[in-house]
Design a protein around this ligand. Structure first.
Ligand code: FE2
Ligand code: FE2
Length: 374
């Protein structure tokens, strides 16, 4: 038994000077540690090195999903499972560094490819994770959010804020495919996931369309706002950021120097704040000009990239990933990364958890001194 000469009952005096860890003390400690779990307690000093690491220990790894491998499997899912059966027919990306139950493409970000076949609808529901959508293939399928419907086409960026009723339908004669990006892993970690079907609340499978087509675009996206109205909510009021507008803006700025790390990069913003389109996820469109090779940097925001146009490669964590239109790849937090076009110009869409890190003063960025990884 170890005696501590307590100053008074219930208090223990700190030993004076260095203490010899005798075999007896060691055995007493082991006994003490073995007993703690019975009381749901743990000794911090035994786990401190794992909990407070000098740098983030990232479990997500850089990875690329080839469109030539993904698309046939998504289309096969369309033969095997209806949109009605699936609720949402999506094949999602699983980061190989994470356990499969995480359903994470990278860090706090979920991503997947959704398919709506001609004549199908994906009924109305809402959930607390927010969603971004980048249209890959098809046109004239719609998304309805909070009573407003937008017809989507390739390259459009469509937002679905936290807890807004939304549904999709395809009235064209071609399949419609898009990249879904959600903050599901973050909201799950925060113990804040809620989900509800519109039919449970109202008895109707699909919400009514209550607003004119392109209402938000006229109301909020023309550098004007109705003075008699305030937009409530922390998300952008713009439902659909049109490809034609965004792509031509990139083109017009192509002679700028641009960012050394990203080339010509534009953020889809909330016109009310100048900030990100969604409070938890920012989204970007960037042009990698022909023969451009951006410098390497790293930051604590994780990013999902989707190749909208062209081909090229990125070096992520020292490894080269060659990409072409339709591919999706991920850059985990604190991983060095640089991008290069291959011949012609390339356009990358991306979304990131940067707004969350910025909100909590957790964003860190660092350029690579050598400029490039190899
Ligand atoms: Fe949804
Ligand atoms: Fe970056």
């Amino acid at each position: 038994m170890i005696t501590q000469s307590p100053a008074k009952e219930g208090a223990v005096a700190a030993p004076k000077g260095p203490r010899e860890v005798t075999a007896e003390l060691k055995a007493e400690r082991e006994k003490f540690y073995a007993d703690l779990p019975k009381y749901q307690l743990g000794a911090l000093w035994n786990v401190l090195d794992d909990a407070l690491t000098p740098e983030p220990r990232i479990r997500s790894v850089p990875y690329l999903w080839k469109w030539s491998e993904v698309r046939p499997r998504v289309m096969r899912a369309g033969e095997l499972v209806t949109a009605k059966e699936a609720e949402r027919r999506v094949l999602y990306f699983l980061n190989p560094g994470l356990p499969p139950e995480k359903i994470s493409a990278v860090g706090t970000l979920y991503a997947g490819i959704q398919l709506i076949l001609p004549g199908e609808i994906a009924r109305t529901h809402h959930h607390t994770p927010a969603a971004t959508r980048f249209i890959i293939e098809g046109e004239r399928a719609y998304t309805t959010v909070s009573g407003e419907r937008t017809l989507m086409k390739k390259g459009d960026y469509v937002t679905t804020p936290n807890w807004t009723w939304h549904d999709h339908g395809n009235e064209s004669d071609k399949p419609m495919l898009w990249l879904d990006g959600l903050d599901v892993p973050l909201v799950t970690e925060l113990d804040a996931v809620f989900f509800e079907l519109f039919v449970e609340r109202t008895g109707n499978e699909v919400q009514p369309v209550t607003k004119p087509m392109e209402d938000a675009s006229h109301r909020w996206a023309k550098n004007l706002r109705p003075t008699y109205q305030r937009h409530a909510g922390k998300f952008s009021p713009i439902l659909n950021y049109r490809w034609d507008d965004c792509r031509s803006a990139l083109q017009a700025l192509r002679d700028d120097t641009g960012s050394p790390f990203d080339g010509i990069v534009l953020e889809y913003i909330n016109p009310n704040t100048g900030g990100p389109s969604l409070p938890t996820m920012s989204a970007y469109l960037q042009l990698i000009r022909s023969s451009e090779h951006t410098k390497a940097h790293r930051h604590t925001a994780s990013t999902v990239y989707h190749v909208a146009e062209g081909r090229g490669y990125s070096v992520i964590g020292g490894k080269r990933f060659d990409w072409a239109e339709g591919d999706t790849f991920v850059v985990p937090s604190w991983s060095w990364h640089e991008h290069a076009s291959d011949g012609g110009e390339a356009v990358l869409f991306s979304f990131s958890d940067r707004p969350v890190l910025e909100a909590f003063d957790l964003i860190r960025e660092q350029p690579l001194e050598a400029g490039y990884q190899r």
